[in-house]
Design a protein around this ligand. Sequence first.
Ligand SMILES: NC(=O)c1ccc[n+]([C@@H]2O[C@H](COP(=O)([O-])OP(=O)(O)OC[C@H]3O[C@@H](n4cnc5c(N)ncnc54)[C@H](O)[C@@H]3O)[C@@H](O)[C@H]2O)c1
Length: 387
Amino acid sequence: MSKSGLDAFKYDQTEEKIDLSKKVRVGIIGTGWIAGSHIGELKKMPDVEIVAGADLVPGKAEAFFKKFEVEGVKCYPSHKELCDAGEVDAVCVCTYNATHAECAIYALEKGINVMLEKPMCVTLEEAVAIRKAEKASGKVLTIGFQPRFDNNMKMVKDIVQSGVLGDIYYIQTGGGRRHGIPSPYGTTFIQEDTGVIGAMGDIGCYSLDMVLNAIGYPKPLTVSGYTSNFMGKDPDYFVSEGKPAEYSDIFGVEDFAAGFVRLEGGIILDFRIAWAMHLDTPGDTIIMGKKGSLRIPSTECWNGSIGGDLKMYQRVAGKDVVTTFPMLPPREKSGFYYKLREFINACKGEEATLVPSEQIIINQAIIDSIVKSAKLGKEIEVEIPEI
Ligand SMILES: NC(=O)c1ccc[n+]([C@@H]2O[C@H](COP(=O)([O-])OP(=O)(O)OC[C@H]3O[C@@H](n4cnc5c(N)ncnc54)[C@H](O)[C@@H]3O)[C@@H](O)[C@H]2O)c1
């Protein structure tokens, strides 16, 4: 009757049916590194027409579409001209973090549906402005958290939501890399004027989403935060990675952050994230409940996917028991494909699984509060305005 941990969490892969009677005209804003993943997946969709692109760097958008062999795309010098042209139903905002908010808001105000890359933006104030623009527009907005579409993440959520752990009271999460400051494709991730936030915006937001999504995204009440940049400011780090020592001069974001967060419902969230550190991992994710706890193994290169079988610890009939939930194999297509597929479905008015800004504003509020608390050197209260 009951299924074992081995086969209970096999998610059905329903066959994809795409309605070809409606097409979605898509524009890509920001034609850098990650835009390559967007165009690669969008090209696989028969109901998508890639019609426009924009980049601040002259000639970059034109070269991008040539490289990806998409013809007839109109290219613009910034998000504004692209949105003003009135040729698209939807845009993918693939710009560096600093311009996420202005691009998303401008597009929404022009009545265009938006897939906004993660992190949502760089401050809570920006996140509030995006939510307001979204509400006023009535258009689709989804945030680019592709780990959400991974079956293992679904399993984590389903286990927690089943209530088997009882009330949750403590969570430890985060992730890290021993040498993982992203700079192979340029420096916009590590510069203050373009990245604004570092490890938190790149990979910390995924750790927060994994656990907050599982527990229903309660609001943060207070945050005590810490940030540092010891690795990024060390020229030897970059030299040992085969990059110029000068990268340490322009390094202007955090490579490590930690936060102690009190959430609504009496839940403590203990978070840490590292782009680089003298350590293998900063520890597994653990979700502790009054009836049971879940351990989610970390990886040595945190990127939003779990590192091994889940283990659940309980006391049953006076005995300590451990249940193993084996890691599920990857889905047929990449998380990137599914996040875009769901967005396109939503643009066509079909039922879709989005990553709602209503939730991600909470993720952003925690990151923002860590930054602010770290600057002040003390715990701060978090207030997310009603929108
Ligand atoms: N989901 C993922 O797995 C994933 C992976 C990597 C990066 N990202 C996110 O994607 C974003 C971009 O990262 P990247 O490495 O591609 O950066 P990048 O610097 O390679 O590309 C960004 C491009 O945006 C352009 N741009 C900036 N503002 C613009 C504007 N107003 N109008 C038009 N073009 C504009 C820049 O000129 C640049 O070419 C980041 O926010 C990052 O967090 C997501």
